[in-house]
Design a protein around this ligand. Structure first.
Ligand code: UD1
Ligand code: CA
Length: 456
C-alpha cells in the first residue's frame, strides 16, 4: 500500500486550527494543549515536516497570536493565515489561498487537533494524487461513527462524504468515516473549493463537499484507510489523555526497539524529543520531560524525574533523583537518592550519592560529594556558581556558599559551611570545634535527681 509519491512533487501542508468548541474548559487554545510535552499543533507540524512538506500554511482564529508564535517556533517558515469567521473547513482552507496559489503539486489539509497522524500516512495519502486523482481522503473504520462524516463508496469509487448531521439513516449505518486529512491536486484545489456551497444542516462550507464537486466534474476521488488510533481527534481532556496514552506507547516502543530496556514500560513517561541510546535501562516509574538525553549504557533507577539534561554513557541516576534543565552527568558518574541537580555538570566518575542539591555547579572528575551537601547558589536576587575540583571530597552535610571554589583534591570536613575558596589538596573545616567534659552528664543527672527528691 505504501508506494511513496515522487519526491520531486512539491507539496504544501495546510493545517486548520481556527475555531473550536468549548469542551476543553480552558483559557488556553485547544491546539496548544500538550501531548508528550509538545503542543497538539506542534505534533501535526512535526509530522508534516517529517513527511517532507515544502511549505506549511496554518489557519488560525482571529487574535490567536499565541498559536501563531507556537507555529513559528515549530516551523520557522510557516505562513499563518487568519480565518476571520468560522464558516466551515472549506472556507478555512481558502483563508490560506495565497499560499495555495504559489503553485504546489499537492496540497494536504490536516487538522491541528489530530496530533497522532504519522508522516508515513501523509505520504501515503499523496499517492493517489500523484497518480491523477483530484482529491484523496483518509478514512478509518470507526468504533462509534456518530459525529463523523461518512465515506460513501460505490463500486470501489469514492463518490461523496456525507456529514453526520446531513446523512440519511442508511448513510449513517456506514462505518467508514472521514479522518479529516485530505490531499488535493495543487492545480485543481482552488477551483473545487470555490464551488463548495453551504446548503447543509450546519450552514457551513464543508471541505468534504470537494469530493462531490470533483466527481461532478469527471475528476477522480480516492480513499485510503488508516487505523482509528492514528486519527483520533482531541476535543476534550478525556480525549487528550487518550492521545497521551497512545503517544507514550509509541515512544516507549521506539525506545525499546532502539535498544533500551524498560522493566515496566507502562510506568515510564517520555517526551516527544527524548533521546535514548542503546543498552539504557529505565526502571519503573520514571518521568522524562522535554530536552532530555540518555546516553548509551546509562541506568535510570525507579521514581526518578528527569526534567531535561543529559545522562552520560554508563552514568547511574536515582532511585528518587531529580535532574533539572542544564544537568549534565559525565561518563560513569553517579547520582543517588534524593539528589537534585540543576544547571550543573558532574564530572566523569564523580559521585553524588545521597540527599544533595547542586545548582550552577561544576563537579570535577572523580570527586565525591557527601550526603546532605547543599550548594547555596541563590541569595534571593541572583545565582552564583560553585566549583568542586577533580578528586575533591566534600564531607557530609556541608553547605557551599556560592560563589566558591573547592580546589582539586581538597577535603571539606563534614558539617562545614564553606564561604571562602579552598586551595587544592588542603583541608577546610568550618564548624564549631568540639569540646568534651568527662563525667558532666552523670553529675548533671545526679544533681537534678537530688533537687527533685528534696521537693517531694
Ligand atoms: C470534520 C469533518 C468530518 C470528519 C471529522 C473528523 C468537515 C466538514 N467535516 O468534522 O467529515 O469526520 O472532521 O474529525 O470537514 N476549522 C476551522 N475553521 C472552520 C471550521 C473548522 O479552522 O470554520 C478547523 C477546526 O479548528 C478543526 C478542523 O477544522 O481543527 C475540523 O473542524 P471541526 O468543526 O472539528 O469538524 P468536525 O465537525 O469534527
Ligand atoms: Ca472535530
Amino acid at each position: 500500500m505504501t508506494s511513496l509519491p515522487q519526491p520531486s512533487r512539491r507539496w504544501l501542508a495546510v493545517v486548520l486550527a481556527a475555531g473550536e468548541g468549548t469542551r476543553m474548559a480552558s483559557s488556553r487554545p485547544k491546539v496548544l494543549h500538550e501531548v508528550a510535552g509538545l503542543s497538539l499543533i506542534g505534533h501535526v507540524l512535526a509530522s508534516a515536516s517529517r513527511a517532507g512538506a515544502d511549505g506549511v500554511a496554518v489557519v488560525v482564529g482571529p487574535g490567536r497570536e499565541d498559536v501563531a508564535s507556537e507555529v513559528r517556533r515549530r516551523r520557522a517558515d510557516a505562513r499563518v493565515f487568519v480565518q476571520e469567521k468560522r464558516l466551515g473547513t472549506a472556507h478555512a482552507v481558502l483563508a490560506a489561498r495565497d499560499a495555495i496559489a504559489d503553485g504546489f503539486d499537492d496540497v494536504v489539509v490536516l487538522f491541528g487537533d489530530t496530533p497522532l497522524v504519522r508522516a508515513e500516512t501523509i505520504g501515503d495519502l499523496r499517492v493517489p494524487v500523484a497518480e491523477g486523482a483530484a482529491v484523496a481522503v483518509l478514512g478509518f473504520e470507526a468504533e462509534d461513527p456518530a459525529g463523523y462524516g461518512r465515506l460513501l463508496v460505490h463500486d470501489g469509487e469514492l463518490t461523496a462524504i456525507r456529514e453526520h448531521k446531513d446523512a440519511s439513516p442508511e448513510e449513517r449505518s456506514v462505518r467508514l468515516c472521514n479522518a479529516g486529512l485530505m490531499a488535493f491536486d495543487g492545480r485543481r484545489i482552488l477551483g473545487l473549493l470555490e464551488a463548495v456551497g453551504n446548503a447543509n444542516a450546519a450552514g457551513e462550507y464543508y471541505l468534504t463537499d470537494a469530493v462531490e464537486v470533483a466527481r461532478s466534474r469527471g475528476m477522480q476521488a480516492r480513499a485510503r484507510t488508516v487505523a482509528e488510533e492514528e486519527v483520533q481527534g482531541v476535543n476534550d481532556r478525556v480525549q487528550l489523555a487518550a492521545a497521551e496514552a497512545i503517544a507514550q506507547r509509541r515512544l516507549r516502543k521506539a525506545a525499546m526497539l532502539a535498544g533500551a530496556t524498560m522493566i515496566a514500560p507502562e510506568t515510564v513517561f517520555l517526551s516527544y524529543d527524548t533521546v535514548i541510546g542503546r543498552d539504557v535501562l529505565i526502571e519503573p516509574h520514571v518521568v522524562i520531560s522535554p530536552g532530555s538525553v540518555l546516553e548509551d549504557g546509562c541506568v535510570v533507577h525507579a521514581f526518578t524525574h528527569i526534567e531535561g539534561g543529559r545522562v552520560g554513557p554508563g552514568a547511574l541516576v536515582g532511585p528518587l533523583a531529580r535532574l533539572r534543565p542544564g544537568a549534565v552527568l559525565a561518563t560513569r558518574s553517579k547520582i543517588g537518592n534524593f539528589v537534585e541537580i540543576k544547571n550543573s555538570t558532574v564530572g566523569e566518575g564523580a559521585k553524588v550519592n545521597h540527599f544533595t542539591y547542586l545548582g550552577d555547579t561544576i563537579v570535577g572528575a572523580g570527586a565525591n560529594v557527601g550526603a546532605g551537601t547543599i550548594t547555596c547558589n541563590y541569595d534571593g536576587f541572583g545565582k552564583a556558581r560553585t566549583e568542586i575540583g577533580a578528586g575533591a571530597f566534600i564531607g557530609s552535610n556541608s553547605s557551599l556558599v556560592a560563589p566558591v571554589k573547592i580546589g582539586d583534591g581538597a577535603y571539606v570536613g563534614a558539617g562545614s559551611v564553606i564561604t571562602q575558596d579552598v586551595p587544592p589538596d588542603s583541608l577546610a573545616v568550618a564548624r564549631a570545634r568540639q569540646f568534651v567534659r568527662e563525667g558532666w552528664a552523670k553529675s548533671f543527672r545526679e544533681s537534678k535527681a537530688a533537687a527533685r527528691a528534696k521537693k517531694e
